[in-house]
Design a protein around this ligand. Structure first.
Ligand SMILES: [Ca+2]
Ligand SMILES: [Ca+2]
Ligand SMILES: [Ca+2]
Length: 439
């Protein structure tokens, strides 16, 4: 007996549950007769149909193919039926900066090869109770941060670099770090990067809102700390901000009620780790804050880049979409690696996060791609938040040890050294939960 597509479609869709949401798919049939039979029969589907009761034919397409409403589970099985050549999703197109759900584009979270296995970690925790300080260019308003932010601070003491009219203040809003031609070692000038906003989204963009992304620790809280302005930031401001974010006293600035569990430093410059940064980092560690830094994008050993070369930090190299060390990444003296995408032509192989569309001042919240060791570090910082959420008593050194012990082998080559391997959120949080109370 030969099953027609219609009969076969009806036979298996009955076994799917009503809880499976239907979606639109384009079914390509092998011949006109199969198409006619399928589309004709589905006209007799009940008008008050429940979702996924039966495939519902919506229309025939001028370029060939029939639009059906199918559950996502049904689609793959329909494609295997006799008489069906192919099934494709009726994709939702929107303006390039905003799409309905961006989870599929967050490959760094779930790609089986080079992703960090967020979903396994989320079986245990989404970061509730943990606090992450992001020392960066500040923060911009974005729907992804609604309810996610704790009060931050602006540590930029030079008003010209801060662009907010004064020195240090309690408002860490990013005023833009664009440069005019000839400024900041840039002959052509540069657009604002909204770098801090991008880092913050990777850590704790909230879950559940659409359109949107989700951070690796969506229930953790963010402390936005502004230290990088026009042409960058000074170690004097950065060191004070590290002390402050870790709960220490900085003259003239209200002390934090609760120190950050982890401080993200996606920044660097060539040189040794100076005495000031060494002391600030050691003090922060002694108060229980883990320091995560980018390894740097200089294609050199990370021991040439500071703060990546400061004692006691977790330094993070970057992997490309293929799982090999990214061409720009520093290497060698690093703790581990995380997905970082590419640099240059920004696209789907880069790391998607929160952004603002403004070229100078902020204008409108959007999502955008960025590559670099900068975007690798916050994924590790978010993992530290998950670890502290799972076990608030885990020490700074135990955090580092668990990150190293549970990293997985690199999917691609890194001949000059990527530390312990690829960060693995699932395996690491699993191990922290397993070891809880055993230290
Ligand atoms: Ca200011
Ligand atoms: Ca300010
Ligand atoms: Ca979101």
């Amino acid at each position: 007996m030969r099953f027609t597509p219609v009969v076969a479609l009806a036979a298996f869709t009955a076994s799917t549950t009503a809880s499976v949401a239907s979606d639109r798919y384009i079914v390509h049939f092998a011949d006109a007769a199969s198409a006619r039979a399928a589309t004709h029969a589905s006209q007799f589907a009940p008008t008050e149909r429940r979702l996924s009761d039966a495939p519902r034919h919506l229309r025939s397409l001028a370029a060939g193919g029939e639009v059906f409403e199918l559950g996502p589970d049904e689609a793959s099985r329909v494609s295997a039926l006799p008489g069906v050549d192919a099934v494709e999703e009726d994709l939702m197109f929107e303006p390039t900066t905003v799409v309905a759900s961006l989870w599929k584009r967050q490959w760094y979270m779930h790609d089986p090869k080079v992703g960090v296995d967020a979903e396994k970690a989320w079986k245990y925790t989404r970061g509730a109770g943990a606090v992450v300080a992001v020392l960066d260019t500040g923060i911009t308003p974005h729907p992804e941060f609604d309810g996610q932010l704790l009060p931050g601070y602006d540590f930029i003491s030079d008003a010209g670099a801060a662009r907010d009219g004064d020195g240090r203040d309690a408002d860490p809003t990013d005023m833009g770090n664009w440069s005019d031609p000839g400024e900041c070692h840039s002959p052509e000038g540069k657009a604002s990067t909204w770098h801090g906003t991008h880092m913050a989204g990777l850590i704790a963009a909230r879950a559940g809102n659409r359109p949107g992304i989700v951070g690796l620790a969506p229930e953790a809280k963010l402390i936005p700390v502004r230290v990088l302005g026009r042409c960058g930031g000074r170690s004097s401001d950065i060191a004070d901000a590290i002390v402050w974010a870790s709960g220490g006293d900085v003259p003239g600035v209200p002390t934090l009620a609760r120190r950050a569990d982890v401080i993200n430093l996606s920044m660097g410059t060539t040189g040794a780790c100076g005495p000031l940064l060494r002391r600030a980092i050691e003090q922060a560690r002694s108060r229980g804050s883990v320091i995560v830094t980018s390894a740097g994008n200089d294609q050199k050993n990370a021991n040439t880049n500071t703060p990546a070369n400061c004692p006691g930090v977790v330094s993070v190299a970057a992997l490309g979409r293929d799982g090999a060390m990214a061409s720009y990444s520093n290497f060698g003296n690093v703790t581990l690696a995380a997905p970082g995408g590419h640099i240059g032509d920004r696209g789907a192989d880069d790391i998607l996060s929160t952004w603002d569309i403004g070229k100078r001042g902020r204008e409108r919240s959007v999502f955008g791609y960025r590559g670099g060791t900068s975007v690798a570090a916050p994924q590790v910082a978010a993992l530290v938040a998950l670890m502290r959420s799972a076990d608030p008593d885990i020490t700074v050194d135990q955090v580092t040890q668990q990150l190293v012990d549970n990293a997985r082998p690199l999917p691609g080559p890194c001949p000059k050294g990527c530390g312990a391997g690829l960060m693995d959120a699932g395996a690491t949080v699993d191990a922290v939960v397993e070891d809880r109370g055993r230290y």
